[in-house]
Ligand binder design. Sequence first.
Ligand SMILES: Nc1ncnc2c1ncn2[C@@H]1O[C@H](COP(=O)(O)OP(=O)(O)O)[C@@H](O)[C@H]1O
Ligand SMILES: [Mg+2]
Length: 255
Amino acid sequence: MRVKTGIVGLDELIGGGFRKNTINVILGAAGTGKTIFSLQFLITGIKNGEKGIYISFDLGEKEIIETASSLGWNEVEDYIKNGDLLIKNYYAETITLLNSELVSFVESNIKGEDSRVVIDSLTPLIAPLSYESRKDVNWFFSKFRELTTTLITVEEPLNGDLSLPHVSIPIFLGDSVIYLKNVGYGEAFNRTLKIIKFRASEHAEGIFPYKILPKLGIVVEGTYKTERTPTLKELLEKKIISKESIPKWIFEKVK
Ligand SMILES: Nc1ncnc2c1ncn2[C@@H]1O[C@H](COP(=O)(O)OP(=O)(O)O)[C@@H](O)[C@H]1O
Ligand SMILES: [Mg+2]
C-alpha cells in the first residue's frame, strides 16, 4: 500500500507513492515549493477520505489559506472549517526542541490510521542541534512512524552545505528524501527535483524538471521524457487529472 503524494508525475517515480508509516523529507531552499508540496500531500489525502495535520513554524492558518487560494485551492478553507485539516502553528521560540509535546499533540489529534502529518519545517526545531543529537531526532522520527505517514520539510542552508547536522541528520534518518532545487539554468530546467534517497524501494534516478502551476501545484516532468510540462490533454488522456477537477480558466494557462 502506497501513500500517494498526488503530485503529477512524482508517484510514478517512487513506485506509486510514499511507503506507509514512514518519514519523508522534502529538502530545498526558500521558494522551491516545499510548502506547496506539503499542501498537495495533505489535500490528496483529504480527497481520499483521510485527515491531515499541518504543523507550521512560520505560517498561520490565514497565510496557509492565502497560499492555497493563490494556487486556486479554495477548498482548503472548507477542509479547515469541517475539521479534515488541522493547522497547528508554533512559534519556534516557544517550543523546546523535539520534546514530547509535539508527539502528544499529533497522537491526540490523529483520527485513525488514515491521516497524514506535515511538519513545515523541521529546521527551526533541529537547527541548534549538534550531530550527537541524532538520537533525539531518531526518537522523534520513530514516534511519528508509529503514528502515521509523515512529511517534513527541511531548509537547505544558504551555502548549500548538506553536511551540516540539521540537514544531514534528517537526510540520514528519513525514509525518503526529495531534493527540490531552483537552479536557474533557464526556462526548461529552472526547477529540478531529485530523489536522493528512498529506503527499501526502487526509485527513478536522475534530475527531473518541475513546474509550479495554478491548480495543479507541483508538476514533475520526469515520466514524460520531455523537457516540457505535459499538456493538459496528456494529463487527461493518462487520467492523471480529471476534467471536473480543473476550472475552465485554467485550461488556457496550462495548455
Ligand atoms: N499561484 C502560483 N503560481 C505559480 N507559482 C507560484 C504560485 N504561488 C507560488 N508560486 C511559486 O511557489 C514558490 C513558493 O513555494 P513555497 O512552497 O512557498 O516554497 P518554500 O516553502 O520552499 O519556501 C515561489 O517560488 C513561487 O514562484
Ligand atoms: Mg515554506
